[in-house]
Design a protein around this ligand. Structure first.
Ligand SMILES: NC(=O)C1=CN([C@@H]2O[C@H](COP(=O)(O)OP(=O)(O)OC[C@H]3O[C@@H](n4cnc5c(N)ncnc54)[C@H](O)[C@@H]3O)[C@@H](O)[C@H]2O)[C@@H](O)CC1
Ligand SMILES: [K+]
Length: 224
């Protein structure tokens, strides 16, 4: 496939479902490929230290995989968790348990009062990874993620968005209030229709497509 067509948010979710149900690829393999590919993209930029902001879903799951691979590459990482541990499930929970067992530092930022250390870590961060909201987002960002987006945008850290800059409508390119302003975005399988729109440029930054191992036949089926 020379120039890949663009998957909408719904089509991206169809790819994830079909990959598991029709092509027998466990989601945690797709997540490993997504996280490893994203970690290697960031490592190439020689990060001094990385603060990885994780939301409640599989976008957060990508963040846990990225943390493990950057840690393995010798990069100091800290996870900022923007949901209660109890909310984490499925493929994200598998990867959360791995980094917990590996002793990677996790800041509990789910409850406002536990979040003082987030501001301190953010001020020290060379890079921030936005693994808060991906294709499962259904409305403008809610608290505590909304406040985190504002603090991240106000910080001096460089920002890498995972799959979708949190807050951005990936189909129209329209931002919500607030939306992550990323220096670059690692998006999965294909770029998204909204990423080429003028309104999206200050949010997506440089777009990189990361393959997650889905077969060509699956793409052809979804894009038909
Ligand atoms: N097999 C898969 O499904 C794969 C998924 N991947 C990652 O998983 C993401 C999709 O994961 P999910 O479907 O879990 O969804 P998300 O991880 O995008 O998170 C959505 C969750 O956040 C909450 N939420 C929704 N709207 C919100 C809002 N406006 N404010 C605050 N919280 C909100 C909901 O609880 C929802 O469960 C993709 O974007 C990609 O990053 C990748 O790992 C590739 C494989
Ligand atoms: K994101």
């Amino acid at each position: 496939m020379s120039v890949r067509p663009l998957l909408t948010r719904e089509q991206s979710r169809a790819v994830d479902t079909l990959a598991a149900e029709k092509y027998h690829i466990p989601g945690v393999i797709l997540m490993e490929n997504a996280g490893r590919g994203s970690a290697e993209l960031l490592f190439a930029r020689k990060p001094a230290n990385v603060l990885i902001c994780c939301g409640p879903g599989n976008n957060g799951g990508d963040g846990y995989v990225i943390a493990r691979h950057l840690d393995l590459l010798g990069v100091p990482v800290i996870i900022a968790l923007f949901c209660s541990r109890e909310r984490i499930q499925g493929d994200a929970l598998i990867n959360f348990k791995i980094i917990e067992a590996a002793g990677i530092e996790i800041l509990d930022c789910a409850a406002e009062h536990l979040c003082e250390s987030f501001a301190a870590q953010l001020s020290q961060a060379d890079w921030v990874i936005d693994a808060m909201l991906g294709t499962g987002v259904t409305s403008p960002p809610r608290e505590p993620i909304a406040s985190a987006i504002g603090q991240i945008n106000a910080s001096k850290a460089q920002v890498m968005a995972i799959d979708i800059p949190s807050g951005l409508d990936c189909d129209t390119g329209q931002p919500n209030a607030p939306t992550i302003e990323a220096d670059f975005t690692a998006t999965f399988v294909t770029s998204k229709p909204g990423y080429q729109k003028p309104a999206a440029q200050s949010y997506v930054g440089e777009v990189h497509v990361v393959d997650i191992g889905t077969p060509q036949a699956l793409l052809r089926e979804v894009l038909r």
